[in-house]
Design a protein around this ligand. Structure first.
Ligand SMILES: Nc1ncnc2c1ncn2[C@@H]1O[C@H](COP(=O)(O)OP(=O)(O)OP(=O)(O)O)[C@@H](O)[C@H]1O
Length: 535
């Protein structure tokens, strides 16, 4: 469509005035000459035709037509250009939030091009905000523990050229307004100079391999963002299963069950049973529920998706959307599943010594939560309704098992219920050994391999499971100390987290840990009595 600018009416007026002036002059002279033979009607018809065929109007119409054609010509030009490009290039676009986008960003961040590029975006989001870009600057000689690492990625709105397997390739990151409450969405556009689409497939394989390079030592964690899209919130080092101390056989049983589930897709399909599995981990705070899930995710090689039911803005529709958007073969975690349906309850009120039902708060008739707008029926539907994702494992945790609705706990939603209790003497002993025991020969070899990989050492540093600092040599002495420690710890009175906290005070001296354990346990008991009296 052609838009007239303000000058055009003036030109039109000028042309008309000239034409009409000329016509009227002609008409006047002819009128004078033949005033007796020409009628006024035929004179105005003549002036109209002379106006219509006047060269000025013709010129004007010509320019108008050409002006209106210009946008179409531009469009045709762009279309031809795009056609020419698309016939020479293989193009792909990646949208932020999609896993493929994360692969590409990791691949780009690791590309040697950015080490020489003069226009880059610098990111320090190392393993906390965006796993995709969490690439350590391997060449940085100053990169040491505790120093924030950085990496380079392409700038937004600039096109960068590079080579991929001998093909010229352009990369352009852009941020576009989605029009949804001003939400900006980032897109990465890639063009490879090639006729063959297999180059793009190769690029994607490469990018995914880079992204998964540290999969053997880390797990990827995802959480919902403000727009209820799954976003990577970073990576965590895998936690070895042997570092979790539970009653004999418990963790091995859960692991075997989950492994069997993942391998039985066909079995489920053949019988028309929804291919989903739910585990309910319940019991005392600090007894290893979260740690076990993290460790199992590592063992199974699955990514973890955290669903926070009590999050502001969470309602039935949002929950349903999140669960149906879970990728196949993933672990979803709903921590404190009771929290969405309880009002005014804090963690302290969940005294494991009391029957949980005594602590259960009244629930509103619809089961609606105080802060959250998730209803019980919404949660039940999200877990196993029509839209619920197949192929996922759901882990739910709670400290208030008996306050949960039976419908939530039934098989099909929560297939296995695993109780976590306060530490037994057996657990205290095993925790002590796991904390100080030098790894046995086979384990040592295994650990050597693990240590080569990224993440393991970090986990050991953070958790205090460091073998090199321990001042005990003969294993028999360690056994004796472990026994002494376990005897000093009262059965089922302290959480494993509390015991771990105590041992952390004696990272390098198990003798002192064992020696002071009895006095510490007494203090703990007194402290608990004081708290109970105060409550
Ligand atoms: N059974 C256990 N074996 C080894 N370590 C444990 C165990 N239980 C707890 N811990 C340690 O205690 C800390 C807290 O554990 P975790 O968060 O897994 O407990 P939780 O049961 O999920 O607690 P909460 O119910 O409060 O969320 C972790 O650092 C973990 O290493």
């Amino acid at each position: 469509m052609v838009q007239m600018d303000s000058a055009q009416p003036n030109i039109l007026g000028f042309l008309l005035a000239n034409t009409i002036g000329a016509s009227s002059a002609n008409a006047t002279s002819s009128h004078n000459a033949t005033s007796t033979s020409t009628s006024p009607a035929s004179a105005s018809a003549a002036s109209f035709f002379s106006l219509l065929f006047s060269p000025a109007l013709f010129e004007y119409a010509k320019w108008m037509l050409m002006g209106s054609l210009i946008p179409y010509l531009q469009q045709i030009g762009t279309w031809l250009y795009e056609k020419a490009l698309s016939s020479m290039f293989v193009s792909a676009s990646f949208t932020e939030g999609d896993a493929a986008y994360d692969w590409m960003m990791t691949w780009l961040a690791k590309h040697p091009k950015w080490r020489r590029a003069r226009q880059v975006e610098v990111t320090t989001r190392h393993g906390c905000n965006d796993g995709a870009r969490a690439v350590p600057d391997d060449d940085d000689p100053h990169a040491e523990a505790g120093v924030t690492k950085f990496s380079y990625i392409p700038c937004v709105s600039s096109t960068q050229w590079m080579f991929f397997r001998g093909h010229w390739m352009s990369v352009c990151r852009s941020k576009d307004n989605t029009g949804w409450y001003g939400k900006m969405e980032e897109t990465l556009r890639v063009r490879i100079l090639s006729w063959d689409q297999r180059v793009l497939t190769a690029l994607l394989h490469d990018a995914r391999a880079h992204y998964d390079a540290d999969k053997h030592s880390t797990i990827h964690i995802y959480a919902a963002d403000g727009d209820n899209e799954w976003r990577s919130v970073g990576k965590r080092p895998k936690r070895p299963l042997r570092s979790i101390v539970l009653a004999p056989g418990v963790k091995e049983d859960v692991l075997a069950d989950a492994r069997e589930f993942l391998a039985s897709k066909e079995w489920y399909n053949d019988r028309g049973i929804p291919f989903r599995r739910g585990y309910l981990l319940y019991g005392a705070p600090g007894s290893g529920k979260t740690s076990l899930i993290q460790s199992l995710a590592g063992e199974l090689g699955l990514n973890v998706y955290i669903i926070t039911l009590s999050r502001a803005g969470m309602d039935d529709a949002t929950l349903c959307q999140l669960i149906s958007n879970l990728p196949d073969q993933s672990i979803a975690i709903m921590e404190d599943i009771d929290a969405a349906f309880t009002q005014g309850i804090n963690r302290e009120s969940a005294d494991p010594a009391k029957p949980a039902s005594a602590a259960a708060p009244p629930r509103s008739p619809q089961g609606e939560a105080g802060g959250s707008r998730v209803t019980l029926s919404g949660l039940l539907n999200a877990i196993d309704g029509v839209g619920a994702q197949e192929g996922r494992i759901l882990f739910a945790t709670t400290n208030k098992y008996h306050s949960l609705d039976p419908a939530l706990c039934r098989p099909g939603r929560m297939d296995k219920h695993i109780e976590f209790r306060l530490a037994s003497r057996y657990q205290a002993r095993e925790l002590f050994l796991a904390f100080y025991e030098p790894p046995r020969k086979r384990e040592r070899e295994e650990r050597e391999k693990e240590k080569e990989r990224e993440g393991q050492e970090k986990w050991e540093r953070d958790s205090g499971f460091e073998e090199k600092l321990v001042d005990v040599s003969p294993p028999s002495e360690l056994d004796e100390l472990a026994e002494q420690f376990a005897t000093a710890i009262p059965e089922r009175e302290c959480s494993m987290a509390t015991l771990q906290g105590y041992l952390m005070q004696y990272k390098t001296s198990p003798r002192d840990a064992a020696l002071n354990a009895a006095a510490w346990a007494m203090e703990q008991r007194e402290e608990q009595k004081r708290r109970a009296a105060g409550a």
